[in-house]
Ligand binder design. Sequence first.
Ligand SMILES: Cc1cc2nc3c(=O)[nH]c(=O)nc-3n(C[C@H](O)[C@H](O)[C@H](O)COP(=O)(O)OP(=O)(O)OC[C@H]3O[C@@H](n4cnc5c(N)ncnc54)[C@H](O)[C@@H]3O)c2cc1C
Length: 360
Amino acid sequence: MLAIALARRGVSVDLAEISPQWHGVGHGITVQGNLLAALDKVGALGAVLDRGVPFNQLRMRQADGTLIAEVPTPRTGGPALPATLGALRSDLQAVLCECVYASGVTVRLGLSPGRSPRTPGGLTLSSPTAAPAATTWSSARTASGPRCAPCSASPPRPSRPACPSGGWSPAGRRRWTAPSCTTAVPGTRPGTARSRRPSAYAYLLDVDGAQGDFGTAPAWRLMYERSAGYGGTWGKIRETIGPDSSVSHTRIEWLLVDEPWHRGRAVVIGDAAHACPPLIAQGAAMCAEDAVVLAELVTGGLPVEQALPAFTARRMPRVELVVRNSMRLVRWEMGLEPHTDADVARVMSSTLGFLAASEP
Ligand SMILES: Cc1cc2nc3c(=O)[nH]c(=O)nc-3n(C[C@H](O)[C@H](O)[C@H](O)COP(=O)(O)OP(=O)(O)OC[C@H]3O[C@@H](n4cnc5c(N)ncnc54)[C@H](O)[C@@H]3O)c2cc1C
């Protein structure tokens, strides 16, 4: 997103990606209105809308499928855009890749930034010696200097013990028309989002652990077993999980990097600066907003020494609210603090309401 946003503003961009090829990402994503608004600013909205399914409410259900509440989702991207779009990550990636190449960005795969006192900004690009890292562990942040909070200079924290942090995401062969839903069996929480293809994106938040901690069975079998006890729509989806389902397991971490997010002319954005469990489904939206705002500020006439602090100052209130409230929801999910279903609905809608009412 940042590469496209900068290139559209006339900047000559080299994009370095540590992976030697664009690696596919199979499962789904909840694209909220503010992410759609950011996509609009980089000319990618139409193609993404064409490939997703819009919906405007969140249904929360008991484990047996009984409806607890239907909450209208605030339109965080403004009244002209859907509140939410169910999409596949591979579709989003394909659209963004097309835009990257179409906007004239020079793509340099298999390269990683490192420190160099001899280059402008103190950074250089080279082939990595280690395996590709997740962004929250990114050497880009190490190279550029900012520190994580609250863990200071230490690596980002797994959300455990406060987080149901195993995510399982199947894409069954049937097409489901149910909107997102939330139900609960102690220790786990599933949800769904729609996708336009004849498949569904469903996820199961679980207790923390590597996949091997849950057993040696294939991922689809583990997901099937771990989601026993759910009825309603999720129960029907569960019955379609099988060897041909695409199921992945991801451990979820969280971090919030202290201000400033830059050192010299190097700056970190997205998950490298702030990441949290996807309980409000705002991670990618925050990353996309970062990209658009940073491009606006560094090309807006301010010297870069002023633009970069202005960027962090502008982004911190939104990002901090999303991280704080996501972690509050995690604590509730894990039963570490008393709460009611109404509390969950209130925190989700007040967070999204704030995002809808304020500028990115
Ligand atoms: C299970 C799960 C479900 C989620 N669901 C949602 C959702 O529904 N909605 C939502 O909005 N968000 C969701 N998120 C959050 C969202 O996926 C992330 O916030 C978002 O992908 C982060 O984007 P990013 O570009 O910052 O990092 P990434 O998507 O991690 O991309 C970073 C890129 O940088 C590359 N890279 C890493 N290190 C280096 C290096 N040293 N040098 C060069 N390249 C490097 C990586 O290979 C990668 O291609 C979810 C997250 C998880 C884990």
